[in-house]
Design a protein around this ligand. Structure first.
Ligand SMILES: CCCCCCCC/C=C\CCCCCCCC(=O)SCCNC(=O)CCNC(=O)[C@H](O)C(C)(C)COP(=O)(O)OP(=O)(O)OC[C@H]1O[C@@H](n2cnc3c(N)ncnc32)[C@H](O)[C@@H]1OP(=O)(O)O
Length: 158
């Protein structure tokens, strides 16, 4: 699915500049992946097309790269779900005040991930318990789920 992001703000672009140096998703990191995740109808979605240098076997994407983008999609999603839960706007009117880091990340690799196509990552909130946020994720290529992930993100204390 091609996502029209014209009227949407990427969650990671709502992190304040001083906390936006993450290699996977920080807008301030000139060498990073700049993953951008969006909240659409109570789920999060991101697209990313890996460069051929991230090859595993010829024609397929290296699993470590897939884990990296799931990691950043997961923490961004966790922050966004907390914002939704607390009626904090994600429209870019403010930088989001919620900071989440990864405590645990599990990835299941289900099928080789085709190189050269836009990968689609989706995140759904499983639960929020205090500072613990669980998000379930999928990563698809050409409509085939190639990996699934679950993340436990922890909301940092103020
Ligand atoms: C990393 C430094 C961050 C600095 C601040 C930056 C601001 C962030 C701003 C914008 C974010 C954008 C960046 C995106 C990042 C992309 C994703 C990454 O690569 S993140 C990097 C990799 N992750 C880490 O390096 C975490 C290292 N771990 C820690 O710092 C701590 O362990 C932390 C914060 C996760 C928890 O420490 P506690 O002292 O705040 O809290 P406790 O009490 O230990 O845990 C809270 C609850 O979570 C459970 N918990 C913690 N870790 C768990 C685990 N591995 N599995 C299961 N439960 C766990 C505990 O049992 C506890 O549960 P009960 O409240 O008692 O029910």
């Amino acid at each position: 699915m091609k996502l029209n992001t014209k009227n949407l703000k990427a969650i990671q672009d709502l992190y304040p500049d001083e906390l936006a140096h993450c290699y996977g998703c920080g807008k301030m990191n000139p060498n990073g992946f700049h993953l951008k995740s969006y909240m659409v109808d109570n789920e999060t979605i991101a697209h990313f097309t890996p460069e051929p240098k991230y090859t595993a076997l010829p024609g397929s994407v290296y699993g470590g790269l897939l884990a990296s983008i799931l990691d950043c999609h997961g923490t961004g999603s966790a922050a966004a779900f907390v914002c939704e839960n607390e009626n904090i706007p994600l429209d870019g009117s403010i930088n989001i005040p919620i900071r989440c880091v990864t405590a645990s990340l599990k990835v299941d690799f289900k099928a080789p991930t085709q190189m050269g196509v836009a990968l689609e990552l989706k995140g759904k909130l499983r639960s929020i318990e205090g500072r613990k946020i669980w998000v379930d994720m999928t990563l698809s290529a050409n409509g085939t789920i190639c990996a699934s992930g679950e993340i436990l993100a922890i909301r940092l204390k103020d």
